[in-house]
Design a binder for this molecule. Structure first.
Ligand SMILES: [Zn+2]
Length: 408
C-alpha cells in the first residue's frame, strides 16, 4: 500500500529545522521520497492530509516502565498483581505511549520478562504497540534500588534473586537477562527516589561490578543504561563505559567532562521527580519518596543547563509508570525540558535523532529520510512557539500503518 502524507510543517532533526509543505511518500513500511510539490502526487498513493498539523519523526521514549501505571503506592501494585495482570497492564501502557506519538520505547526494567513477551507479541503483529527495546530485569545490589524491600519470607517467594554482590554475580545477572531476551542491560549504580531505605545519592554498585556488567554487554553487542543520581555512581559508570546515564540529577563538572570524553548519553527524566513533588503526600505518595525527589530535582536544572552549554548528548526519557507519571502523558516532559532551558528544537531532537543513536537504530528510525521506517507522529499546534502542542498528538503511523488519526 502506498501513502502520501501532506505535511503543513515537518520537523527535521538532522538539520534542526522545520520544513513547510512537504509530502512524504511511503511504500509498505518505508519512506521512499520527500517532495515539496503538494499537488503532484501519483494516483497510486492514498493521500493523508496533515496540512494543519506539525509532523515529526515517530517519537522515541528512551525510558519507560510498561509494567507500572503511575500508581502512588508502587508497593501495593507489585505485591497484589499476578503476572497476568502485569502483562495486560503492560500492553495497555505501551499502547498509550504509542497513541501519544511514541512509536518506539525503551523499557528500562519490567518484571518476569513480561517486557520481552510484549516486545515479541508486538513484533509478531499479534497486538498493536510501539517498537520496543527492553531491559528485562533491572540489576542492582542486595538492598539496592532494584531490590524489593519486602519482608524476607515474602521477598524470597516473589522475587527472582538477580541481586549483584561481586563481579561474578554481576556477570551472572547480565547473562541471565540476555538469555531471556533483553536488548540492553540496565543496572542501578546508586540509590533511588522510589526505593525505601536507600540513600538517593549513594553509590550501590562497585566499580568492578559495573565493569563486569559492561564487559558482558560488549561481548553480546548490546548497550547499557544505568540508573544513577549520585555523583560518585554516575562517574563510576561513565568511566566504565556505560552508554546512558538515567536521571543523572546530581552531576558535577567532572562528571560532565567524563560524559563528554566518553560520548555518554544523559536521559534527564525531569517529569519523574516533578510529578512526585507535584502530587506529594496529599496524593498518597510516601513522605520519604517526596523528600528524595525534592533533593534530586533541586540540583537538576543547573546540571542540565551546563550539559546543554557543553554539548552532552541528551536523550529524551520520561520514566513513565512512576507515581502520577502516566503513560501517554509523557509529552509533558517536553514542556519541562523547555522550562529548564532547552529550545523546542533541542527537546524534539532528543526524542528523535539522539534517541535513535542511543538505541543504535539510527539507520531505521529517528528522521524522515528515504529508506527509513515509516514511523511518524503529528501534533495539533506549533511546538516551536507553544511546546504544549507535544501533548496533543493527533496522528500516529508506525511501520507504514496508521494507528491513530484525529487530525483536522
Ligand atoms: Zn526508571
Amino acid at each position: 500500500m502506498k501513502k502520501a502524507l501532506k505535511c503543513g510543517s515537518l520537523f527535521c532533526p538532522q538539520s534542526g529545522s522545520v520544513e513547510k509543505n512537504v509530502v512524504i511518500l511511503i511504500e509498505e513500511n518505508k519512506i521512499v521520497a520527500l517532495q515539496s510539490d503538494l499537488e503532484a502526487i501519483p494516483d497510486s498513493f492514498e493521500v493523508i492530509d496533515l496540512q494543519n498539523s506539525f509532523v515529526t519523526p515517530g517519537l522515541i521514549d528512551a525510558h519507560v516502565h510498561t509494567s507500572s501505571s503511575g500508581e502512588a503506592d508502587t508497593l501495593a501494585g507489585s505485591t497484589l498483581s499476578t503476572p497476568g495482570d502485569v502483562a495486560f497492564t503492560s500492553l495497555r501502557n505501551a499502547q498509550l505511549d504509542l497513541y501519544a506519538g511514541f512509536t518506539t520505547v525503551r523499557d528500562a526494567g519490567s518484571t518476569g520478562f513480561i517486557d520481552v513477551a510484549l516486545r515479541n507479541a508486538i513484533a509478531r503483529g499479534d497486538v498493536t504497540g510501539p517498537r520496543m527495546k527492553v531491559a528485562g530485569i533491572a540489576m542492582g545490589s542486595t538492598g539496592g534500588h532494584a531490590d524489593s524491600h519486602l519482608a524476607p519470607h515474602i521477598h524470597d517467594t516473589l522475587m527472582p534473586d538477580l541481586c549483584i554482590n561481586g563481579p561474578e554475580s554481576a556477570r551472572h545477572a547480565a547473562r541471565y537477562n540476555l538469555k531471556y531476551g533483553a536488548d540492553f542491560l540496565k543496572f542501578m549504580s546508586t540509590g533511588g527516589v522510589m526505593s525505601l531505605g536507600t540513600t538517593v545519592g549513594a553509590q550501590q554498585l562497585t566499580a568492578d561490578e559495573i565493569a563486569a556488567i559492561i564487559e558482558i554487554a560488549e561481548m553480546y553487542g548490546v548497550h547499557t543504561a544505568t540508573h544513577a543520581h549520585g555523583t560518585a555512581g554516575i562517574k563510576a559508570a561513565v568511566r566504565a563505559g556505560v552508554t546512558s546515564v538515567e536521571h543523572g540529577m546530581m552531576l558535577d563538572d567532572e562528571a560532565i567532562d567524563l560524559m563528554l570524553q566518553k560520548g555518554t548519553f544523559l536521559t534527564p527524566t525531569i517529569i519523574a521527580a516533578e510529578r512526585i513533588i507535584a502530587h506529594g503526600e496529599a496524593g498518597g505518595i510516601a513522605g520519604w519518596m517526596v523528600r528524595k525527589a525534592q533533593q534530586v530535582l533541586a540540583n537538576h536544572k543547573a546540571g542540565l543547563q551546563k550539559c546543554l552549554e557543553r554539548g552532552v548528548r541528551i536523550s529524551f526519557g520520561s520514566d513513565a509508570g512512576t507515581p502520577y507519571n502516566f503513560h501517554g502523558r509523557q509529552g509533558y516532559e517536553f514542556e519541562l525540558m523547555v522550562s529548564f532551558g532547552f529550545t523546542p528544537v533541542q527537546a524534539l531532537t532528543a526524542a528523535t535523532l539522539t534517541n535513535s543513536r542511543l538505541l543504535r537504530m539510527q539507520d531505521s528510525i529517528g528522521t524522515t529520510e528515504p529508506g527509513k521506517l515509516a514511523d511518524l507522529a503529528a501534533f495539533s499546534g506549533d511546538p516551536m512557539t507553544d511546546i504544549t502542542a507535544m501533548q496533543r498528538c493527533c496522528f500516529v503511523m508506525k511501520d507504514g500503518v496508521v494507528v491513530k488519526n484525529t487530525a483536522q
